[in-house]
Design a protein around this ligand. Structure first.
Ligand code: ADE
Length: 256
């Protein structure tokens, strides 16, 4: 997979992409990451990329020409149009499902907005506008890196154990169940006995129940999209957990 980032700040990408799994994924040829400074596509002597807004108002707006030219150059180089993502707080929320969809594509190109905004015509380039949450960052670089990270770890061969991705929080629509490692007791906190029992059938049921409990307590709205078995519904009701997403009334304390 090829992932490109159109940005005015290519240096921001160096750190996150030069360690751990993302570094290894590149070394193993599973993904190629490229940053492109769209200032290189500015048309004037001063390499201008922004200008004042028509109609007045504060701040500077990214101009369309350098970004259009940069996109066209990448399309010509690749021989086909990349799937273009515009990072903006006004975009559709980015979810695990979005990452899974994007991980199937051969060539992604992120346009990282910056400054106070971008010319509306830049939107026409995008196949999809995505946001990483309801808050405003100084630019689209961090969101693009967050999304690329979530996509890259889903590429075949990136995770040592492919089951890891399948068992992620959200991939089954539930938050993760609690995990423990040695020692079996630490500062008075014991690992649940069932995990030491060696009974894998019972462990599987316990984990599913814990994931359900944690999701019902912390993110009840996620359960609305899930098909629960009658036994699972009964289990939650036994714990007096509501399946009504409006009623987020349960405390989060207690490790669940
Ligand atoms: N650019 C600035 N804030 C953003 C956000 N929350 N998501 C995506 N792009 C952004």
């Amino acid at each position: 997979m090829l992932i490109q980032f159109l940005t005015l700040f290519p240096e921001m990408f160096a750190g996150p992409f030069s360690c751990s799994m993302i570094k290894r994924a590149q070394e193993r040829g599973l993904v190629t990451l490229e940053t492109i400074n769209f200032r290189d596509y500015a048309e004037d002597r001063h390499r201008t990329v922004d200008d004042t807004p028509y109609g007045g108002g504060p701040g500077m707006i990214l101009k369309p020409e350098p970004i259009f030219k940069a996109v066209e150059a990448q399309t010509a180089k690749a021989g086909s149009k990349p799937y273009i993502i515009l990072t903006t707080p006004q975009g559709e929320p980015f979810h695990q499902q979005t990452a899974a969809e994007l991980s199937k594509l051969p060539h992604l190109l992120f346009i990282c907005g910056h400054y106070e905004g971008f010319d509306e015509r830049i939107r026409t380039l995008a196949d999809r506008e995505l946001s990483i949450g309801d808050y405003v960052l100084t630019g689209g670089e961090l969101p693009a890196m967050v999304m690329a990270d979530a996509v890259i770890r889903l590429l075949p061969g990136v995770l040592g154990d492919p089951q890891s991705a399948e068992q992620d929080s959200f991939s089954r629509g539930l938050l993760d169940y609690p995990q423990y490692t040695k020692p079996a007791e630490f500062r008075g906190m014991a690992v649940p006995a069932i995990l030491l029992s060696g009974d894998h059938g019972k462990i599987e049921v316990w984990r599913r129940q814990q994931a359900l409990l944690r999701t019902a307590r912390r993110r009840p709205e996620l359960l609305a999209d899930l098909e629960l078995s009658p036994a699972e519904r009964e289990f939650l009701e036994k714990h007096q957990l509501t399946l009504d997403p409006e009623k987020k009334d349960l405390p989060m304390k207690g490790g669940n």
